[in-house]
Design a protein around this ligand. Structure first.
Ligand code: GLC
Length: 442
């Protein structure tokens, strides 16, 4: 009797998808990869696809095109003759990035590799005919840069994707949806991505929110998909830009255009919870993810540096986006930013890479990071410091520590300090002008 009950229960659970109940236990390889990821601190996000030819961002199909087949004609004009994977990867590396996250397939459903699951891909549908993912994977391997893939869960092109709240005006029929077919299409594609391009650092899902307003909760069957990824590459991290707390099977927590827990963006409703998983904040360099010809509103190098410091101060990584041009080049402004960012990371990298969030929580004046018994104090807004005797700023660290020394990170000059009831008061030797003035507290 007991046996039959057990068997029945097992039968039921496998019907429901046994995996949905199984608790996810990351493997050793996965845990190691999480730690490596945590230390990397800076990645470059790349949104590149046939949408770049319209130069209106990656949502152009959804936003402006009433017929998806008219849009798809852009594939036949996609000829990025200046694309050079090595040059791209080198400029990311010189900037101090340790990984890249590339859009393998965005919401428009176009695949940027030689997939066998659909002819709507860069090798078969464009005159360019090159597998850019293969070229990027080779360049990353050569340069020691980790490769992550962005992968869209939603699809504005395919009939079998069960339509959500976007992609409703592109001429797609609603009655042809076929989840089983679409799900196996995705899993076959993921299998290709994870078996043909060497070790992949992470799969970065996006589009879950397409069904967040359904009256009956939509089941994406994530657990089974995550299991597939972990089975194919145990060290591959799974992240999902669902704007909420991490779900079972995820290895990193993603914050879109927001510092962990700050909830300053429109996705604020659910991202209050900051998990113990490795954290990543993604941000655009101008205002758009995909190339947009009218958007020249680039963040200054100083702003990008401050963002990197602030994410590090939260123990998170910064995934900084660039939208490459339709001709295959990175925009000149982006290249300039990368170069200047590289000058900063070369000088200050020790205070960023491999650090944890420091013991002093983010303050109006700046943030702290720490590594090997050193607390790095990054002063980002000196105007928020109080002036001491003689007018030079004084910085209060709310810490009850025995301090061995306080020095300037650049040059190593000793800085005066004393213990007060407000913590450690550090008397800064001068007015501060650097983008980031860093002190080392031991
Ligand atoms: C949003 C956008 C998508 C972009 C992503 C990057 O989800 O819809 O286009 O790729 O953010 O974070």
């Amino acid at each position: 009797m007991k046996k039959t009950l057990l068997a029945a229960a097992f039968g039921l659970s496998s019907l429901l998808g046994a995996s949905a109940q199984a608790k996810y236990e990351p493997t050793e390889a996965n845990l190691k990869s999480r730690e490596e990821f945590r230390d990397m601190k800076l990645g470059i996000f790349l949104h590149w696809g046939i949408y770049s030819t319209f130069a209106q961002g990656e949502w152009y199909l959804q936003n402006a095109v009433p017929d998806r087949y008219e849009y798809a004609k852009a594939a036949d004009a996609f000829y990025p003759h200046r694309f050079d994977a090595r040059q791209w990867v080198r400029s990311f590396k010189e900037a101090g990035a340790k990984y890249i996250c590339f859009t393998s397939r965005h919401h428009d459903g176009f695949s940027m590799w030689n997939t066998k699951q659909s002819k709507y891909n860069i090798v078969e549908a464009t005159p360019f005919g090159r597998d850019v993912i293969k070229e990027l994977a080779e360049a990353c391997k050569e340069e020691g840069i980790r490769l992550h893939f962005y992968y869209s869960h939603l699809d504005w092109m395919r009939d079998d994707y069960p339509m959500g709240r976007t992609g409703t005006n592109v001429g797609k029929p609603r009655d042809k949806s076929d989840w089983k077919s679409y799900y196996s299409f995705m899993n076959n594609q993921l299998t290709e991505l994870l078996t043909q391009y060497g070790p992949i650092g992470a799969i970065w899902f996006d589009g879950w929110w397409d069904h967040d307003e359904d009256s009956v909760p939509f089941d994406w069957h994530l657990q089974e998909q995550y299991e597939l990824i972990h089975r194919l590459q145990p060290a591959c991290l799974v992240g999902n830009n669902h704007h909420g707390a991490p779900m079972e099977g995820e290895d990193i927590q993603i914050f879109e255009r927001d510092l962990p827990g700050e909830m300053t963006t429109g996705f604020a409703k659910s991202v209050a919870e900051v998990s113990r998983l490795p954290l990543e904040t993604c941000e655009t360099m101008n205002g758009m993810w995909g190339y947009k010809v009218t958007d020249n509103n680039y963040k200054s190098t100083a702003d990008i540096i401050r963002l990197l410091i602030k994410t590090s101060g939260k123990g998170a990584n910064l995934l900084m986006n660039i939208g490459p041009q339709p001709n295959g080049e990175l925009p000149a402004v982006a290249l300039q930013r990368l170069k200047e960012l590289g000058e900063w990371t070369t000088a200050y990298g020790e205070t960023i890479y491999g650090t944890d969030a420091g013991d002093v929580k983010p303050q109006p004046w700046g943030v702290t990071t720490k590594k090997d018994g050193k607390l790095f104090v990054h002063v980002l807004a000196p105007e928020c410091l109080v002036p001491g005797d003689g007018g030079n700023p004084v910085l209060y660290l709310p810490l009850d520590w025995k301090v061995k020394s306080v020095t300037e990170f650049i040059g190593g000059a000793k800085v005066e300090y004393r213990k007060t009831s407000n913590g450690i008061a550090v008397m800064l030797p001068r007015k501060i002008e650097a983008v980031d003035y860093v002190l080392v507290v031991q």
